[in-house]
Ligand binder design. Structure first.
Ligand code: ATP
Ligand code: MG
Length: 203
């Protein structure tokens, strides 16, 4: 991660723990975090998405969670991280949460970064878009077709990346993606860790 961004986050009290660092360092195209409650999955993904904005000329990112209330968490964390990183942005919550960064930080200038935060319920409205990074939060709790038929095709033209994060939920699609990461198949990487890897979580 870019030093300045990391320094600013640390100064503001946000220091990635070992598992988060492994995720943030990982170069795999598809990253799967199957970790316990409060491990810091959503924050790790928010840091990754904010980092992308601070280091690239342009980006188009999409965050999806089963409900709007859940996806608002990553939206709010990204707002905090962008402000901490000193990035000028605009954020709206209707018709759904969107963060935009304009060229030179000037509102009327061209939009160079976009983050759309959408509920999985709206999946059918998401078809036809492109993205260079898609986050699916609580990925074990969204339909598999949302991942494979809606989100993955969005990445095809951009050779984009995907982050799947969740607490596990039996041996469903999320478990299968996790296993692909374990065997490093098809560009997948995965990590499984208990909640206590987050030093903020008491034993
Ligand atoms: N590296 C960090 N430094 C400081 N605080 C952190 C860090 N990582 C996570 N946190 C804080 O720990 C708490 C849990 O993090 P987060 O919400 O990202 O976890 P989660 O794994 O997504 O949890 P859940 O299972 O509830 O979705 C939050 O208050 C978050 O801001
Ligand atoms: Mg979370």
């Amino acid at each position: 991660m870019a030093d300045d961004f990391v320094k600013r986050l640390r100064k503001a009290g946000w220091t990635p723990h070992e598992g988060q660092r492994a995720y943030l360092r990982c170069q795999a195209r598809f990253r799967v975090l199957a970790c316990g409650r409060r491990w810091g999955k959503t924050d790790a993904a928010a840091a990754e998405m904010t980092h992308r904005i601070t280091t690239r000329a342009t980006s188009r990112q999409l965050a999806i969670a089963p409900t709007l209330a859940q996806v608002r968490i990553v939206f709010e964390r990204m707002k905090w991280m962008l402000a901490t990183a000193g990035v000028a942005f605009t954020a709206v919550t209707t018709p759904h949460p969107i963060i935009r960064v304009h060229e030179g930080g000037v509102k009327k200038a061209a939009i160079i970064h976009v983050l759309d935060a959408r509920s999985g319920h709206e999946a059918k409205n998401l078809r036809g878009r492109g993205a260079d990074h898609v986050l699916i939060d609580e990925a074990a709790f969204v339909p598999e077709s949302l991942i494979t038929e809606v989100a993955m095709p969005m990445l095809a033209a951009s050779n984009g990346r995907m982050t799947l994060i969740s607490t596990p939920r039996g041996r469903n699609h999320f478990y299968r993606f996790f296993r692909m990461g374990e065997s490093k198949e098809h560009g997948f990487w995965s990590r499984r860790s208990p909640s206590i890897e987050n030093p903020l979580v008491s034993k």
